[in-house]
Design a protein around this ligand. Structure first.
Ligand code: GDP
Length: 440
């Protein structure tokens, strides 16, 4: 996420870190580089200029020049300003209605349908919410089918009316259906076009007026940079929406949209989409995002994601197994699946402070576990519980079956063996013994 921008800002701020003495000249030089980095990230010129002016004002006001650690103070000032620009505080959804109605708007391909599913899933997992998805795209039957596929996947009901050509009527019928069937949230997915046009605006505006949603969300593809900002403006003029959803932040996004959009439409970014999977949704925290942009990682979000996937019951079972020395490859597979649910690897690594920078040139395969999983799947159930019975000819077969080499099979078995030993030692409270084992 935002690799290029992070790298350039880091370089710009490094100028100051390296210098023993700070002068007005090198503060100006640094900020010039910061501005260039922002412009390269497709941040609007005016916004970038105001940004650096404000940082400069604060820097001079706070006596960066005489501060003991001016480099760090500058990083802090830039971070605070980035946070402010992206929205300051976090703003949640207004879910006060009975049912609460959420209307999705945005261009075709922005990720509306995918996000509708993600949001339904997110709310459903909150336990107190029973969402209903409503398909209001009357032009593309495929879009309606897509929402049904999403609904099936996350086990959320989808309301649609395929022959009906009136999106307002469908939305209203959807809400009535929700009321009659105990749904307390209705998420309405609408039709988009490839570009802003009058017919689309009239249609979404009519739906908006008729159903009076508590939340109107504008979904935008962050890869589209300044275009994203212009589209946001057009939709906001008509809908006066409540929040922005930035999708596709997992891609090679330059960052311009995330940084500029709030100050142009004066509406908060509420969620971000970070992948195609239903779990790839995050609440948008301006301050955490600023940390990530400045390469400081985002440990809080990382821990939260881990917690979301954490199953206490499973953890207890696992602990018992480890204590009894019964941790097998099936348990290992489960662990891998949990990690995978947390998001794509590159994204996760980017959340570890400093790691994003270190790993930036290393291509991390999102299917990093594929080989390991294939090897485990090629083992018999007995072999998975007791890998020591795997002999040389079985290793060959497993290699063949999984499309890997005997060496790879051996390596996995060896690592698994080491891991099991270490787990046993940790269980025995032998921290010292573990350290010794690691040394050997
Ligand atoms: P809609 O036309 O606005 O409903 O857009 P869709 O929901 O159909 O999304 C368009 C494409 O973008 C699909 O291929 C989605 O899988 C993909 N997509 C949506 N959100 C994300 C995201 O956060 N990250 C990535 N990488 N792809 C996404």
């Amino acid at each position: 996420m935002f690799n290029n921008l992070s790298e350039k800002l880091d370089k710009a701020l490094h100028v100051l870190k390296g210098h023993g003495s700070i002068t007005e000249v090198n503060v100006a030089e640094t900020l010039k580089e910061v501005r260039r980095a922002l412009l390269d990230a497709d941040v609007n010129f005016k916004i970038a200029k105001e940004f650096t002016n404000r940082v400069k004002e604060k820097a001079l006001g706070q006596n960066v020049l005489t501060s003991l650690q001016p480099g760090q103070l500058m990083v802090k000032l830039v971070k605070d300003e980035l946070t402010e620009l992206m929205g300051g505080d976090v703003e949640g959804l207004n879910l006060t209605g009975t049912p609460s109605i959420i209307l999705m708007s945005g261009l075709q391909g922005s990720g509306k349908t995918t996000f509708s599913g993600k949001l339904a899933n997110y709310l459903k997992n909150k336990k107190t919410k029973k969402p209903l998805l409503v398909a209001c795209d009357v032009y593309r039957p495929a879009a309606v089918d897509q929402l049904h596929v999403v609904g099936d996947q996350i086990k959320v009901e989808v309301f649609s009316d395929k022959g009906n050509t009136d999106p307002v009527a469908i939305a209203q019928a959807g809400i009535a259906h929700a009321k009659a069937n105990g749904h307390n949230v209705v998420i309405i997915d609408t039709a988009g076009r490839l570009a802003v046009d009058e017919a689309m605006m009239t249609e979404i505006s009519n739906i908006h007026k008729a159903i009076q949603p508590q939340e109107t969300l504008f979904v935008v593809d962050s890869m589209t940079g300044q275009d994203a900002v212009n589209t946001a403006k057009a939709f906001n003029d008509v809908l006066n929406f409540d929040g922005v959803i930035l999708t596709k932040l997992d891609g090679d996004t330059r960052g311009g949209a995330a940084i500029s959009i709030k100050s142009v439409v004066n509406k908060p970014i509420k969620f971000i989409g970070t992948g195609e999977k239903m779990e790839a949704i995050d609440v948008f925290y301006p301050s955490r995002m600023a940390d990530r942009i400045l390469g400081m990682g985002d440990v809080v979000s990382l821990v939260e994601r881990a917690q979301e996937q954490f199953d206490e019951e499973e953890a207890r079972k696992l602990q018992k197994k480890i204590a009894k020395n019964q941790f097998g490859f099936d348990d290992f597979l489960k662990q891998i699946q949990q990690i995978k649910k947390m998001g794509n690897m590159k994204d996760l690594i980017g959340m570890i402070p400093g790691a994003g920078k270190m790993m930036k040139n290393i291509d991390i395969d999102d299917d990093a576990f594929k080989g390991i999983e294939a090897i485990i799947h090629s083992m018999t159930p007995q072999e998975r519980t007791n890998p020591s019975i795997i002999n040389a000819s079985r290793k060959k077969r497993i290699g063949k079956g999984s499309g890997t080499s005997v060496q790879e099979v051996n390596q996995l078995l060896k690592q698994f063996n080491q891991m099991s030993k270490m787990m046993k030692m940790m269980q025995g409270g032998g921290g010292k013994r573990m350290m010794n084992a690691m040394k050997n």
